[in-house]
Design a protein around this ligand. Structure first.
Ligand code: ADP
Ligand code: MG
Length: 303
């Protein structure tokens, strides 16, 4: 946990099974006994390949899907319960932004409807006070009000739509943001802006669960890193420890397959790696053991 932060979000032994198969007779364990926390002002990166269970975790944290086992609590209260009985209160504190910004907008309405829809959270607010709040939120995400208000989603870029969703989170003065692959769809120049924006949120004390399949993005922004493999956390800890001294073979493999921007591609040293298949990374079933105060890995203690 981040020093000086206060734990807000806590997952304990969380699992999720999906019913699969024609008649739903089979079960797929998408998330397997995952435990971690997010503190105020802490950025926690949840890193894993496609299908490792990242979005399932994000959806459960947002109360959009229920855990099969384990508990998820926010400020000491059960999230599934909060999302059911007091969604308005919960979503005033916790918001999600997802990979495809277009999917969060209805193409037949103007894009800024995502902002006006949260006006209900401020009963009795006057028109000019509201306009001021909107303007401040847009400025914080470096959107020119004139360039984005009154426009339809198709008239705005992916980056602009993404920022407007973050502006909505700011309007609500949220405590926790779940950001699920929000950078993936953006072009390189916008990426760094949105990452820096997340840094601004962190400065304001917002906790961020930053979900990505891209290790280089996690390193840029996060205090704490979780490596997820087939629904299990195989390594977690302070970002500099996980990146600096990766202990699990799977983390090591992921790190060696990240291209270094200063290097040129060389077929000899960067042969394509089929991530996650077989190899020596079968230690994922071992329990997490403590390597240092702030570093855990699912490796056999005697190896
Ligand atoms: P990620 O976000 O890491 O790519 P997901 O959480 O989306 O992974 O998916 C984890 C696993 O659960 C995958 O095998 C996926 O196919 C499966 N899965 C996700 N959502 C559902 C669902 N609604 N029904 C059945 N299986 C699902
Ligand atoms: Mg996903």
């Amino acid at each position: 946990m981040l020093e000086g932060g206060r734990l807000m979000l806590a997952l304990e032994g969380v699992s999720k099974d999906y019913k699969v198969g024609t008649f739903g007779g089979k079960r797929l364990r998408a998330v397997n006994e995952v435990s971690f926390g997010v503190a105020t002002g802490e950025v926690v990166s949840l890193i894993g390949e496609s299908g490792s269970g990242k979005s399932t975790i994000g959806r459960m944290v947002l109360g959009l899907s229920r855990a099969t086992a384990g508990t998820i609590s926010f400020d000491g209260r059960d999230v599934a319960q909060l999302a059911k009985t007091g969604p308005r209160t919960y979503y005033a504190d916790v918001q999600g932004v997802f990979q495809d910004p277009f999917s969060s907008y209805n193409p037949i309405f103007k894009a800024d409807r995502v902002l006006t829809l949260v006006k209900g959270f401020f009963p009795g607010i006057g028109r000019s006070d509201w306009d001021e709040k909107v303007e401040a939120a847009l400025q914080a995400v470096r959107l020119e009000p004139g360039a984005c208000l009154g426009k339809y989603p198709h008239q705005l870029s992916g980056g602009q739509l993404q920022r407007m969703l973050i502006a909505r989170a700011l309007l609500l003065d949220i405590k926790l943001l779940v950001a699920d692959e929000i950078i993936s769809m953006l072009d390189a120049s916008t990426r760094i802006d949105v990452l820096n924006l997340l840094g601004d949120l962190k400065e304001r004390g917002v906790g961020i669960l930053f979900i990505t399949h891209d290790l280089s993005l996690g390193n840029y922004i996060s205090d704490t890193t979780l490596i997820l493999r087939r629904g299990r956390i195989v390594e977690m800890g302070a970002t500099e420890e996980v990146y600096g001294k990766p202990a699990h073979p799977y983390t090591q493999m992921l790190l060696t397959s990240v291209p270094h921007l200063t290097e040129r591609w060389d077929p000899g040293t960067h042969a394509p790696v089929m991530a996650g298949e077989g190899t020596e990374a079968e230690d994922g079933d071992a329990p997490l053991i403590r390597l240092t105060d702030d570093h855990f890995a699912a490796i056999r203690g005697d190896t």
